[in-house]
Design a protein around this ligand. Sequence first.
Ligand code: SIN
Length: 526
Amino acid sequence: MTEASRHPLIIGSGIAGLYVALRCRELGLRPTIVTKARLEESNTRYAQGGIAAAIGPDDSPKQHLEDTVRAGDELVDRSAARVLTSEAPARIADLVRYGVPFDTVEGRISLGREAAHSRSRTLHAGGDATGYSIEETLKRRVLDAGIDARERTVLRALQPGSRDGPVAVLSDADGKNLEYSTPAPVVLATGGAGSLYRHSSNPAVATGEGVAIAFRAGALLTDMEFIQFHPTAFYREGAPRFLITEALRGEGAVLRNDAGDRFMVGIHRDAELAPRDIVARAIERQIVTTGHPCVYLDATGLPRDLLYARFPSVCHFLATYGLDPSRDQVPVAPVAHYMIGGVTTDLEGRSSLHGLYAAGEVASTGVHGANRLAGNSLLEGLVFGERVARQLLHPASGGPKPPSRILEVPLAGGTGVAEEPGELESVRNALWDDVGIVRSAEGLRSAVELFERRAKWSPAGRPDAFPGPVANAALTALLIARAAAYRTESRGAHFRSDYPQRRAQWRVHIGLRQPTGPARAGTVHR
Ligand code: SIN
């Protein structure tokens, strides 16, 4: 092991980034972690429902595996899901060791129920403040361990380095003062892209630049068409789209339309606890057919004490809008929530580029298939984060096997025009309108055209010689739209109104990469 390889650079500070940094330190490495905002600002912080693990007396990793596979609509990579579910209890033990204050009942960790789980297996902390508790605990540990942690530092590009790994080009948050890292292993833990959608449960930092930068550097991506929409975020004109956790439905809250009818009962045998994509689409259908902008979560059948003890953040948020869920119907509508695809990795977190690793939401192991099970996202950050840390200690050659279908997407050349921040809005609107819950060839075509134009960037010899936020956002959006246009069927989180059925020939993952030969738009290798 060279000296440089003992100094991995970790980009991002959600559960995956913080956990990899901590484990690297414990294993004797000297990681640096950089993050574009504050250390604690990430999607993890806002996770409410919790983290799934088969630790209950009536449960087993095998059962968790089967639920994960079933939710993923025939596309789950079984070996990845086996790793996820079998290593979950050990990773939960790590969180307990670090001091995450999971909620307990009579001395035992208490387990909640979420959609498409056959058992109660969701650990939570502070009621619905699970992500906050995990993020704060890991952050404190990182700082206590003296890990070099740099805030307001942005990844701008990845360049070829040495056998130790790539060179990361970093800048300050304003895009100025470029800095080139020493070649060393780089771990992408940059999270998802939810906030690229007009309506999202994600914080503003979730802009998906990790996938754009990895793609520009030549990495293979997979499953980018699968964006998960969460069925129930608070709906009120002008109000933030605050997540109203699925765990509320797990406790017995039901969905009603404007007329007061429980519409999920006739749609799926698990009604409100059907897989997320089914509930999100059913709500979207209600909105379109009734013309009413939302449906209602009815938790009035639940005891007030339970609601306020188990869901303090939700109750507190609703109170600021004059609502009490024990008394009032809560207006909700779907939002973009989670990026299922991302940088293709093997089970050790190795990407297709030497020395580049990925863990958490930015990575694509195939573990979620076409639709992620609730609680498996925080878990994946830990399980595959642990594997990345061990790989960094004992690097071995290897990498992901490319999927059988690869879509080649050439990069658009520069325009010489500097980016206008307002252009981001057009990307967000087009993603929501044309690459959202229901998609069609026509909408995807117009979205692709827009994203191709916006993905160009200024090539001038200044800091903006590297693509800025709009160009990266547009490239991530383009990759989602291209994959969605290519998959002419409906499966899991990907629904096409022009191809509403699942089709056997599409029981495959779609990879995306830059053309290997001379650029040919839309080249497809089967
Ligand atoms: C929720 O609390 O409803 C979201 C949980 C998740 O996405 O895993």
